[in-house]
Design a protein around this ligand. Structure first.
Ligand SMILES: [Zn+2]
Length: 241
């Protein structure tokens, strides 16, 4: 259920989820879902609110951070000089008149996008984003397939199929049948982090859970996987375009 609580001068909306299986109370702050409190069933609203007040500083800190991120994303304009991410770095966007071929190239430390001049500024702005996103998806597909090819040999596994697509809130997944899905936005993260997600999903072809045996497999391929995973946890939400 949706509810709200006053924390000092803040009126904080939150979702309250009750579960009969749960024994403890927990709160999460999610970039899109906001504040979610999980409690056992038959938990009183008064106790939920007392718990939220106790955690107020932590909750407000995280909310403020996500709000800053959203503001930064809104500020990203697909225009000359915009700093666009790719494999953990940022490159400025540059335009050239290119006979209408609308191609994207990454060369000499900048994105070069060829666009025709048609006098329609608004349409032009929309196309920049569209062309760049197409380019990112293409790069992501090629790169992720290449990395899957590299690591699957090391692990001695063969996925049923590999797809790179738009996924909400997931970087990768592995089905029980062995089909792997990856989020194209991994191509915005540093290559080490992309490799970590590839190895993680490939290891699920051997162990389909997150048991110690699973993590030992991941560690066998990437001894520093913990740092890569931490990077993704701390920075992943900032990758969205
Ligand atoms: Zn997993």
């Amino acid at each position: 259920m949706e509810a709200q609580v006053t924390l000092g001068e803040h009126l904080l909306p939150y979702q309250w989820k009750q579960s009969p299986r749960r024994r403890t109370v927990a709160v999460t702050v999610h970039p899109e879902n906001g504040v979610v409190v999980h409690t056992p069933s038959r938990y009183s609203r008064r106790r939920v609110e007392a718990f939220l007040r106790e955690k107020a500083a932590w909750i407000l800190k995280h909310r403020a951070r996500f709000e800053q991120e959203r503001a930064r994303r809104r500020a990203l304009r697909w225009e000359l000089g915009a700093l666009l991410p790719f494999l953990g770095a940022r490159y400025p966007l540059h335009f050239v008149l290119d006979g209408g071929r609308e191609q994207v190239r990454l060369e000499q430390g900048r994105f070069v996008l060829g666009l025709p001049l048609d006098g329609d500024g608004a349409a032009f702005g929309g196309r920049v984003r569209e062309r760049m996103l197409d380019w990112y998806r293409e790069q992501a597909t090629a790169l992720i397939l290449e990395r899957v090819g590299h690591f699957k040999g090391l692990l001695g596994v063969t996925p049923l199929r590999v797809r790179v697509k738009q996924q909400k809130r997931r970087w990768g997944s592995c089905s029980a049948k062995g089909a792997l899905n990856f989020n194209w936005q991994l191509v915005l993260a540093p290559p080490d982090v992309l490799d970590y997600v590839v190895v993680h999903e490939l290891c699920h072809l051997i162990v389909l859970n997150h048991s110690p045996r699973f993590w030992a497999l991941v560690e066998g391929v990437l001894p520093d996987y913990r740092e890569r995973r931490r990077w993704l946890r701390e920075n992943g939400h900032r990758l969205a375009l």
